[in-house]
Design a protein around this ligand. Structure first.
Ligand code: F6R
Length: 609
């Protein structure tokens, strides 16, 4: 939800800001802008559209200067247009702000500022910030920001520059991410790590309501009371190559092809290869907590919610503890029935999803131990959860998640096996059997990826349909939901996910030969039931594509098309069945000419409610 970039040093700022904005474009891409500070003068260039539009604009006049801010927008207040694009300035163009988040009390603030004589030109909530800082300014930008954030409610990550004092960037955050990059004689600012990787891998994570004053030589950070804070510089292990397309047409395709690596990363160091047992030495979750757990709540949004649903099946099967799964956005407003003996697991690739962070705060108040599953070190969830398990997917740039979904599933398998070992709900040979099979999954995924040309062919046949129904049962039901979400979000084709057994209670009314059905039908313990469901579908003249198990001879006589995945244990099928569905969605969207990595109206991390 909007990306912020900042630079101060001795190099020209514009190329660095543009490069950073391209890396952050996945966060929002309906308008973009930069502000450059030089010799006590600020130049703003901004426009509607993607970063390429801003580049075109800059070709007609490139501001020179060694300090500046950039912004790529995902509109919340005010439609995408040149006026609403960031940066925004106060009345005298002396104070300029970029912002990610929502200022919830912007209306009363705006009314107050208008009475004071301020003039507003945009429809955004953000514009109150430069005016507010302007009204609080008394020769010290840091102080003015400190006083202003006391008056604002909502979420924000802000970068501020001013033409009034010495060159510096003043930044602050609350609820939205902001990272300071530490270079040699130069400093950076970004919403997310990938934007910094070409320049530095040494970062400082700014805490809630902290205010940083950044010059080219360093940074001073204070809390909201003005006390000076000493913050650690963290070294990030990701490198810039990880944030490039590396020859793939889209990040999404590269990321799907990285899934074998993600699975291996997750097994490495978490499975004892000689005993074939899970080992989670770095998980700071006390054994007593695991033993006394009475219920588990898993909270997440979007695709992460679907891995959470799969997690319910895995955990209940392996440890026999009841698991409740909820959307973070629903859970946070429900009456919380959490107890001290309940464990809460939050799943979030970005670790910055606003609703999941709000759910975390609600669970903390209820006294539940919180385990965060996230991909991003230093993210809010990684810092605020009691325990953290990293999903080890590396930077995920494609807006539609793929490899992080696989990383989340892997974490849930390993975590459940570990809980089963601690709680003794499985004996050692049962654990060994699942672990041994889990260790074969990377080769199985490689086989699926080699079959990609078959999925390309399928996409050439299916891309012309306007509606799809995805069916699955049991542990593959969440994968049907995920398959449908992947297709709709990147190709804009309507797709619904349903549990196969429920189909006859309503959705079957939709079916005819124009409405294909994709069904996940591995040869597991409910295979025969799903076959019955497929027959019900076929009786309505519907075109059926099955994701089935290699060697399943029966299926070919029942469905129209089939894609085969390797045979594995029932519980492990989701990790294999989701991959062809990701590829299917990708190739259809690509065939339709959609902007796969940046689907319309979406942003990678939803840092607003
Ligand atoms: C779909 C997708 C989203 C995210 C959701 C949660 O492809 O990527 O639905 O899964 O916005 O994001 P995280 O996991 O970062 O909390």
């Amino acid at each position: 939800m909007c990306g912020i970039i900042g630079y101060i040093g001795s190099r020209e700022a514009v190329p660095i800001l543009l490069n950073g904005l391209k890396k952050l474009e996945y966060r929002g891409y309906d308008s973009a802008g930069i502000a450059i500070l030089k010799d006590n003068r600020i130049q703003i260039k901004k426009c509607k559209g993607k970063i390429v539009e801003l580049e075109n604009l800059l070709e007609r006049g490139l501001p020179k200067g060694n300090a500046g801010l950039g912004h790529t927008r995902w509109a919340t207040h005010g439609k995408p247009n040149n006026l609403n694009a960031h940066p925004h300035n106060g009345c005298n163009s002396e104070i300029v702000v970029v912002h990610n988040g929502i200022i919830e009390n912007y209306m009363p603030l705006k009314e107050k500022l208008i009475l004071e004589g301020h003039n507003f030109t945009s429809e955004t909530d953000t514009e109150v910030l430069p005016h507010l800082i302007e009204s609080n300014y008394q020769n010290d930008l840091t102080l003015a920001v400190k006083e202003s954030i006391k008056e604002i409610e909502g979420s924000y990550a802000i970068g501020v520059i001013s033409s009034l004092g010495p060159e510096k960037l003043v930044v602050s955050r609350c609820g939205s991410p902001l990272i300071i990059g530490v270079g040699e004689g130069e400093m950076f600012l970004a919403s997310d790590i990938p934007a910094l990787l070409g320049y530095t891998n040494r970062v400082i994570f700014l805490g809630e309501k902290e205010i940083a004053t950044i010059t080219k030589d360093g940074v001073e950070i204070i809390d909201s009371e003005g006390n000076i804070l000493q913050k650690d510089i963290i070294k990030i292990e990701w490198d810039e190559e990880m944030t490039e397309k590396s020859g793939y047409k889209h990040f999404m395709l590269k990321e799907i092809f990285q899934e074998t690596m993600v699975i291996r990363n997750n097994l490495e160091g978490r499975i004892n290869l000689s005993t074939k047992t899970p080992e989670l030495n770095d998980l700071s979750l006390p054994l007593d907590k695991i033993k006394e757990m009475e219920r588990i709540f898993i909270l997440a949004c979007g695709s992460s919610y679907y891995t959470a649903l799969a997690g319910k099946y895995i955990l209940e099967e392996l440890i026999g503890v009841p698991v409740e799964v909820d959307y973070s956005s629903e859970f946070r407003y429900r009456k919380l029935l959490l107890g001290k003996k309940d464990l809460t697991i939050l799943i979030s690739q970005s670790g910055e999803t606003a609703d999941t962070i709000a759910a975390l705060k609600a669970c903390r108040e209820a006294g539940s131990h919180i385990l965060g599953l996230t991909n991003v070190r230093g993210s809010t969830i990684s810092r605020e959860a009691d325990s953290v398990m990293y999903i080890k997917a590396g930077p995920e740039i494609g807006v539609a998640t793929t490899k992080a979904f696989i990383g989340q599933l892997m974490c849930l398998y390993i975590l459940s096996l570990y809980f089963a070992q601690v709680r003794k709900t499985l004996n050692s040979s049962e654990i060994e059997k699942i672990v041994s099979e889990l260790m074969k999954i990377p080769q199985m995924v490689e086989i699926i990826l080699l079959e990609d040309p078959k999925i390309v062919k399928l996409s050439e046949e299916f891309y012309k349909y306007h509606n799809f129904l995805y069916l699955g049962r049991g542990i593959n039901y969440p994968i049907a939901l995920e398959g449908a979400l992947k297709l709709k979000e990147i190709s804009y084709i309507h797709a619904e996910g349903y549990t196969a057994g429920e189909m006859k209670h309503g959705p079957i009314a939709l079916l005819d030969k124009t409405f294909p059905v994709v069904v996940i039908v591995p040869q597991d313990r409910i295979y025969a039931k799903v076959i019955n469901n497929i027959k019900e579908v076929k009786a309505r003249d519907t075109l059926v594509l099955a994701i089935a198990t290699e060697g399943d001879k029966e299926i070919a006589n029942i469905v129209d098309r089939a894609f085969f995945i390797p045979r594995t244990l029932d519980i492990l099928y989701p990790i294999l069945s989701v991959i062809p569905l990701q590829l299917f969605a990708y190739h259809i969207a690509d065939k339709l000419g959609c902007d796969v990595d940046k689907p319309r109206n979406l942003a990678k991390s939803v840092t607003v409610e």
